[in-house]
Design a protein around this ligand. Sequence first.
Ligand code: NDP
Length: 297
Amino acid sequence: MASEKIIDGKAFAAALRGRIATGVAAFKAQTGRAPGLAVVLVGEDPASAVYVRSKGKACREVGMESFEHRLPADTTQETLIELVEQLNDNPAVDGILVQLPLPDGLDDKKVIDMIDPDKDVDGFHPVNAGRLAIGANALTPCTPLGSLMLLKDRIGDLSGKEAVVIGRSNIVGKPMAQLLIQENATVTLAHSRTVDLPAVIRRADIVVAAVGRPNMVRGDWLKPGAVVIDVGINRIASDEPGKTRLVGDVAFDEAESVAGAITPVPGGVGPMTIAVLLRNTLVAASRREGLADPEGL
Ligand code: NDP
C-alpha cells in the first residue's frame, strides 16, 4: 500500500493534464484554433529522442497541436537559428522548445537567446529568468514549477517556512529558489561550496534536492517532518547483474522514515515536467491571444 508520506507526482501530473485539456478546449472555443508546441531535436541522442516523442504524444492527448522538427547532428548554428526564427514568426506556434543538450559545435545559450521570450515555454530565456526574479509574468522553468505545485499541494501556505534548495543551476536550483521566495518562504540556496551541508539541511521544513548525485542527502540530515522534493535523476547499477535503475539525490529509504512527505524517484517530480510544459504552452497561447491566464493551473 502506498504510504501517505509519498507524494505521487504521477497522479498529480495526470490530474493537471486533465485540467489542461479542459483549458485547451476553452481556448479552442474562444480562438478557433489549438495551442501549438514546436519541439526541435538536433542529432540522434536516444534519450532526447524519447523525450521529444513523449512531449509530442502528451501534446496531442490534451488537444494541442505538436510540431516536431528533427535536424541532423551536423546542423549548423545558422540553420538552427533560422528554424527558431521561422517558429518565432509562425502564428500557429505558441511554444518553442529546443531539446538540450545540443550536439557539440552548437551553442545552447545562443540558440535559447533567439527564442521569442513569449514562446519560451522552457522558461530558459534570460528575459524570463529576469521576469521571474522581479516577480513579473514569466514563463517559468517546468521542473521547478512542477516541484512548487507538489509542495503547495502537500503543505498549503509556504509562508515563513525554512526552505533549502540544493543546487544552483539556471534550469532547476535558481528558479526553484525564486519561486519559493515568491511564496514567502525563507530560502537558502546550497551548492558544492556550502560548508556543513547536513547542518544547513537540518534547519529546513522544505528540502529540494537538485544535484545529480545518487543518494547524497541522508536520512539523518533531515529535520523530522520535513517535506522533501527529490529532483535528482541518477542511473546506477542495480542488484541484478547488467541492469541499471534510477535513484534520486536523496537516500529514499532512510529519508522516508524521517520526512513528513517525500517524492519518489521515479514517479515524483519527473512526471510533472512534461505536464508543466503543456501548462506553459497553454499559458503562452492565452497571453499571445490577449486572454487571461487559464485558472487552476
Ligand atoms: P547541474 O549539474 O546543472 O547542477 C548541479 C548543482 O548541484 C550545482 O549547482 C552544484 O554546485 C550542486 N552540487 C554538486 N555537488 C554538490 C555537493 N556535493 N553538495 C552540494 N551541491 C552540489 O544539474 P541540474 O540542476 O541540471 O540537475 C540536477 C539534477 O536534477 C540532475 O540529477 C538532473 O538529472 C535532475 N533533473 C531532473 C529533471 C526532471 O525531473 N524532469 C529536470 C532537470 C534536472 P555548483 O554550482 O557549486 O557546482
